[in-house]
Design a protein around this ligand. Structure first.
Ligand SMILES: Nc1ncnc2c1ncn2[C@@H]1O[C@H](COP(=O)(O)OP(=O)(O)OP(=O)(O)O)[C@@H](O)[C@H]1O
Ligand SMILES: [Mg+2]
Length: 479
């Protein structure tokens, strides 16, 4: 068919509300169309066609019945940028009268159908628009962004009386943590869960030939490059991970290595988080010729005196000759003890190269995150040696982390009022090894220069690490 004839047909289809019918729907996308559960969630990895399937259902109902529908998302801005683009360009069609006759997308508040149906669009950041109206069908895009109260308040907005069996709360999302309230709501049976997969999407997967389309190959290739919980969720569609893990690029497969795989190190640094009731942590990090960091030794202990720590740090220094031990700045007295020369029975020993660490949490966390993200060669720049823990502290309460490796999945962002991670500040827990790591990375990456060096806590650092290391060596009599 000539291109002009084809585009004329498409326009005509749009005008008659048939544009969306050109999609072949299969799997969860197909099941969604006929499912009449009062609450239904279509969830799955990225790009499986969840939003298309939901919007097609909404458009079909608006075209064939006289309904009032709602398209909502957490914020109006995010809706304008994603959901409404799909809605207008891929589902309703850019030449459908409801689009052609309306104002510009950003200002659109409702789509009027010739049969009297109306689809309202709103963000939950402006709830009065939603709460002052009643609907037959509500579609919530990326529903995991909502808090449980928001979801429940939306469920009160259904038009009762007419025919309660035709109202439906329809939602889509990518999986989040397995403890997320929405997933739990599905498990409790309150919400029906449809599992959407990439093979449902004809754009990505050719069902007749049972193979990925060229677009599918390219797309899956991109998803395969993800790491950590993001990969679990967006590539495989699994509800996994802690809610708001700070280091969500963490992937034991990638970041934990056997001792036999450790490279030759260029130099070592140590770091210390003080603790008595809470664990104190001493870490030793090797830095290789490419600047990659490897946690080679960790002491994770409660109820140990400063003398015990100093003796332990000394032993580590005798093994690794670390150029610095960068310490939690909260205890200057302990840092002074580290720096003072001598140990019981060994008065001639020089002091340890202890310095107060840079303790800006946001910058430090960013620096660690940057190291965990794989570089172009597919390798991250921070590794943990699988047997770095010196020995398990028997005084630790059962179930609490026994070292940094076990802290990391539980090191999470504080949750805001809506139950979502704020990503501003981590919760002050499960962070003893995480803090020691942050100090070590901040030191190696020059994130803030210690005040004792006359520096200011800034991200950019003036001196190359090699110079700093040489200084340290000289100062503490090591060649
Ligand atoms: N049934 C279908 N037939 C043809 N193409 C489709 C179909 N469903 C989806 N697509 C195409 O696949 C792409 C992704 O679709 P959609 O945005 O609905 O996915 P999604 O699962 O909502 O993605 P995300 O997880 O990113 O929200 C779009 O370009 C869309 O046009
Ligand atoms: Mg979507």
């Amino acid at each position: 068919m000539p291109a002009t004839a084809r585009s004329r047909l498409l326009r005509e289809a749009e005008r008659r509300g048939l544009y969306a019918e050109r999609y072949e729907l299969r799997g969860a996308a197909l099941a969604l169309q006929s499912n009449t559960s009062p609450e239904i969630l279509i969830a799955g990895p990225a790009g499986t066609g969840k939003s298309i399937a939901s919007l097609v259902k909404l458009h079909r109902r608006a075209s064939h019945e006289r309904i009032r529908g709602l398209i909502a998302r957490k914020t109006r801005v995010s809706l304008t940028e994603s959901g409404l683009v799909t809605w207008e360009e891929k589902v309703v069609g850019p030449h459908h009268p409801v689009v052609v006759n309306g104002p510009r997308r950003r200002f659109r508040e409702a789509y009027q159908y010739a049969n009297g149906s109306e689809i309202v669009v709103a963000g939950l950041d402006n709830p009065t628009r939603i709460m002052s109206t009643e609907f037959d069908v509500i579609y919530i895009q990326e529903a995991t962004e909502l808090g449980p109260e928001e979801w429940e308040s939306v469920t009160t907005r259904f038009r009762g009386g007419v025919d309660a069996s035709t109202t439906q709360l329809l939602a889509d999302c990518n999986p989040d943590s397995d403890t997320h309230w929405l997933y739990q709501r599905c498990l409790s049976g309150a919400t029906t869960l449809l599992q959407s997969v990439h093979e449902d999407n004809p754009y990505l997967y050719d069902a007749a030939r049972r193979e990925w389309t060229p677009a599918g190959v390219a797309y899956m290739d991109r998803l395969d490059k993800l790491t950590g919980v993001r990969k679990e969720r967006l590539r495989y569609g699994r509800w996994v991970g802690a809610e708001g893990m700070v280091y969500d690029d963490w992937s034991p497969r990638l970041h934990v290595i056997p001792r036999a795989d450790l490279p030759t190190m260029r130099y070592y640094v140590a770091s210390q988080d003080w603790g008595y009731t809470n664990p104190g942590v001493l870490q030793v990090w090797g830095v290789d010729g490419d600047g990659r960091m490897y946690l080679v030794k960790e002491h994770y202990r409660t109820q140990k005196s400063i003398e015990w720590w100093k003796t332990t740090a000394y032993r580590a220094w005798e093994t690794y000759r670390f150029v610095v031990i960068t310490c939690d700045p909260a205890e200057p007295g302990f840092i002074a003890e580290y720096r003072a020369s001598g140990l019981p029975g060994r008065p001639a020993l020089p002091g340890l190269p202890a310095l107060p660490a840079f303790n800006g949490i946001a910058l430090g966390v960013q620096a660690v995150q940057a190291r965990l993200t794989p570089a172009d060669d597919g390798r991250p720049r921070l590794f943990v040696c699988a047997d770095a823990l010196d020995s398990v502290d028997s005084l630790l309460r059962p179930g609490t982390p026994r070292w940094s490796l076990e802290e990391r999945p539980r090191y999470v962002w504080a949750l805001g009022a809506n139950g979502k991670a704020t990503k501003e500040e981590p919760v002050d827990a499960n962070n003893h090894g995480m803090d020691a790591e942050r100090y070590a990375v901040a030191h190696v990456d020059h994130v803030g220069v210690p005040a004792s060096h006359g520096g200011r806590p800034v991200a950019a650092a003036p001196r190359p690490i090699v110079d700093a290391a040489r200084d340290q060596y000289r100062r503490f009599g090591v060649r």
